[in-house]
Design a protein around this ligand. Structure first.
Ligand code: PRE
Length: 275
């Protein structure tokens, strides 16, 4: 009998997102086949058709991955179904450190190594993922190029690791989310759940955001993140993303209390936080 495999989309082989995907799989029941996409946008587009996906959402040095934030709103049927954080250690990859003039990588990785790059006076070039950067450097055979990426990607494309742990701050971590349109079954029952919402305030008036936050404070609900993004309608207008610890049976009533003060409010997911 043929076993049915669920598809799980992520960034290319050798990316940190691929490693996060493999870590998610250790928690999941069922059969999965990893499918590789060139960009975060492609992951969302595929998941909007079927299957699941893994994308980065926030980094401890550089903050939000704004594209992921925006796509969670754009693809309204795609929800967050799980989350995990992973240590990120970047490597300088290429031929000869002394000959490098330009560094290629994903914008998040370039930003996490900004000081290091500046110290060496290198110029930068952004590509869709760290493994695409390593591939580009390998295929160019150009000693003036260096890439920032994972050890796996250096191995995959047969390049040397010229220096390890080049991130500007130790303790560099990225949070990844598992996305999908349906629920998943976890091997063990996770004990911590979070909820993510996005909303737009009805009125731009003193205390508008305060009144939203008050609803959480009065119910003793712990917020874990608050972020604003441009509404894209007009300069100076924003939408807000809030993550909070799942209040269990109080969730419905908490969300109800916010409805009156917002033009829209969507739940992006109620999901387990995996270790
Ligand atoms: O390009 C990769 O390797 C990715 O998985 C993307 C990504 C990101 O966008 O944050 C993932 C983790 C690191 O923070 C750097 C890059």
């Amino acid at each position: 009998m043929k076993t049915i495999k669920n598809k799980i989309y992520t960034l290319p082989k050798g990316t940190y997102s691929e490693r996060a995907t493999k870590k998610f799989l250790t928690y999941l029941n069922g059969n999965f086949e990893i499918k590789y996409c060139n960009s975060i946008y492609d992951v969302f587009e595929n998941v909007d058709n079927s299957g699941f996906g893994v994308v980065p959402i926030e980094n401890s040095i550089e903050g939000s991955v704004s594209l992921t934030q925006d796509l969670l709103l754009q693809f309204r049927e795609v929800n967050i179904v799980g989350e995990l954080a992973m240590d990120i250690h970047h490597n300088l990859i290429g031929y000869d450190k002394n000959k490098i003039e330009t560094i290629v990588s994903h914008p998040q990785a370039l930003a996490q190594c900004r000081e290091y790059i500046k110290k060496h006076g290198w110029s930068v070039k952004a590509v869709e993922s760290t493994s695409e950067a390593v591939k580009l450097v390998a295929e160019s055979s150009n000693e003036k190029l260096g890439a920032i990426g994972s050890k796996d990607s250096a191995k995959q494309f047969g390049l040397k690791i010229l220096e390890e742990n080049i991130e500007d701050y130790k303790n560099n971590k990225t949070r990844f989310i598992l996305i999908g349109k349906s629920a998943l079954s976890f091997k063990t029952c996770p004990n911590r759940y979070k909820v993510s919402i996005v909303f737009e305030l009805k009125e731009d008036k003193p205390g508008a955001l305060y009144h939203i936050l008050k609803e959480f404070a009065e119910r003793k609900i712990n917020l874990t993140r608050i972020e604003s993004r441009p509404s894209k309608k007009r300069l100076g207008t924003y939408i807000f993303y809030i993550d909070f610890e799942d209040p269990g049976k109080n969730l419905k009533e908490t969300l109800e209390s916010l409805k009156e003060q917002t033009t829209f409010i969507y739940v992006l997911g109620r999901y387990p936080v995996l270790l």
